[in-house]
Design a protein around this ligand. Structure first.
Ligand code: OOG
Ligand code: MG
Length: 258
């Protein structure tokens, strides 16, 4: 399997907003992470800056919606950031969906030390976290019909397309058990508590630590980490008004242009 060629195909599909075929069923998950890092290298080469990792499939709602059963990690770059309050254009996207997330901000660079275990690394990640915010992620699988295997979606940078971050609150603060309501045009399309994320969103640090040790994800100073969607994702259409309400946070709202 030519991992460089696959990375190139997926990178082009994203850049040109074109659907592409699912990958070889034989593709191993480790190879999928290799493809993903090649895509990051290509995007960095084009001038994008790495911002931090994003977790996916940390809630049952998401795993069930997409028919997968494992946590995944992707990368965020500065070009994926969409300023809160600005209308969001769907141009350059294939078949975008949107989902409500919790976002953590890490104050200092965290790299695993020699022989460090996941538990210790997770504690350091949590202790280095300075802020938390309500967020939304726009996902846009590059695969036809938004259908993929676990290895497919990992190779495709976990469908990452855009992310929006609401007002930062200082961390530590309570992040477990908060009510979440997801609305489109004023109608509730999803509701849960933040515990939908791994039973407690703080568990995201443990999962991330394990993935860092396994696949080498970087956490630079000021890194932004998406903990994963709380509810199932919703299709985006021009003209919609999307709201994510997380108890104790300013409601986060975005209007879709068109
Ligand atoms: C993959 C991305 C999953 C999340 O928050 O669970 C994800 C997808 O659903 O296409 O970002
Ligand atoms: Mg997500």
């Amino acid at each position: 399997m030519d991992l460089n060629a696959i990375a190139h195909t997926l990178d082009e599909a994203q850049a040109q907003a074109r659907e592409t075929e699912q990958l070889d069923a034989e593709l191993h998950i480790d190879q999928a992470y290799e493809i993903q890092s090649k895509i990051l290298a290509a995007r960095t080469e084009r001038g994008e800056n790495y911002i931090g990792p994003k977790l996916g499939f940390t809630s049952k709602a998401k795993m069930e919606q997409m028919g997968v059963d494992n946590i995944i990690v992707g990368f965020l770059t500065d070009s994926m950031h969409h300023a809160a309050g600005e209308p969001l254009s769907l141009e350059g996207l294939i078949h975008p969906r949107i989902e409500p997330e919790l976002v953590f901000k890490i104050g200092q660079e965290i790299t695993p030390t020699e022989g460090e275990g996941a538990e210790e690394l997770a504690t350091r990640l949590r202790e280095a976290t300075t802020h938390v915010a309500a967020g939304m992620e726009v996902i846009d699988s590059r695969y036809k019909n938004f259908k993929f295997s676990l290895a497919d979606v990992v190779a495709d940078n976990t469908s990452a397309a855009k992310f929006i971050v609401g007002d930062w609150q200082e961390f530590p603060r309570e992040v477990a058990g908060l009510d979440v309501k997801f609305l489109i045009d004023g109608e509730e399309v999803g509701s849960a508590t933040t515990d939908a994320i791994l039973g407690n969103p703080l568990e995201a640090f443990n999962q991330l630590a394990e993935m860092i040790l396994k696949y080498g994800f970087e956490v630079p100073a000021g890194a932004i980490i998406l903990a994963g969607s709380v509810t199932a994702a919703q299709w985006l259409k021009p003209g919609q008004n999307i709201e994510a309400h997380i108890e104790g946070f300013e409601p986060l709202q975005v209007t879709i242009a068109g």
